[in-house]
Design a protein around this ligand. Structure first.
Ligand code: URA
Length: 219
């Protein structure tokens, strides 16, 4: 798999774009570069991610928040990026939005949170909880793709617009697409609101309830 190599290439192209280049014939990587394929077990992938320096988020992170849960999960939840508590604990979705996510899972899907797998679009915390930049998200994407390939979930719930955008390639507002199951190559994608959004807008909880009931019906 050439995902990591592509991410490195993409990173270099973003850098050149920032410097004002529109086109370059620079050969970024020669074929005799070291093997950049990602490992085929989650444990090895986690280890590799801990040493990742593909983007600037690696400079300010405390810990890489790789993801956690059942490695054979039928359902995977993908959020945006770790926040401060996640950065210091190394675990995804703890703190207030994590409590909200746990309630969503346990009260609607009626399964323990530990039966699902939870991760994010980027595995390192962006400073000031900013939205990850496209370059950061693309650099990290191979890890997410590999997690999906290894876990093989039947359903992925995209939590919020950023997760939905990078999983589907679609820029539509989350309010327009939420609740509509989309067939992806190997799984069904359910876009819904992010738990932090629900903390700020409790009236949207009924929408997430509807979306998760659809997910429950597919399980
Ligand atoms: N928000 C996210 O998107 N992910 C986390 O892990 C925590 C908060």
């Amino acid at each position: 798999m050439k995902n990591l190599k592509n991410a490195l290439l993409l990173k270099q192209l973003y850098l050149l774009k920032q410097l004002g280049y529109n086109y370059t014939s620079v050969t970024a990587f020669k074929e005799d570069e070291p093997d950049l394929t990602l490992p085929n077990t989650l444990e090895k992938l986690r280890k590799q991610s801990r040493e990742c320096h593909l983007c600037d988020l690696s400079k300010s992170r405390t810990q890489v928040v790789f993801g956690e849960g059942n490695e054979d999960a039928e359902i995977m939840f993908v959020g945006e990026a770790p926040g401060m508590s996640e950065d210091s604990s190394g675990k995804p979705f703890i703190g207030k939005s994590g409590d909200m996510l746990t309630k969503m899972i346990e009260n609607v899907l009626l399964i323990p949170r530990t039966e699902t797998y939870i991760t994010n679009i980027v595995k390192c915390r962006p400073a000031n909880n900013a939205e990850p930049s496209p370059s950061e998200a693309h650099s990290c994407h191979p890890y997410l793709l590999k997690q999906i390939e290894l876990i093989k979930p039947k359903i992925i719930v995209a939590l919020g617009a950023t997760a939905y955008h990078y999983l589907s390639g679609d820029d539509s507002p989350i309010s327009k697409v939420r609740g509509n199951i989309q067939e992806q190559h190997r799984y069904k994608l359910m876009p819904t609101y992010h738990p932090s959004y629900l903390l700020r807008n409790p009236s949207a909880k009924k929408d997430v309830l509807e979306d998760l009931k659809i997910v429950k019906g597919l399980m």
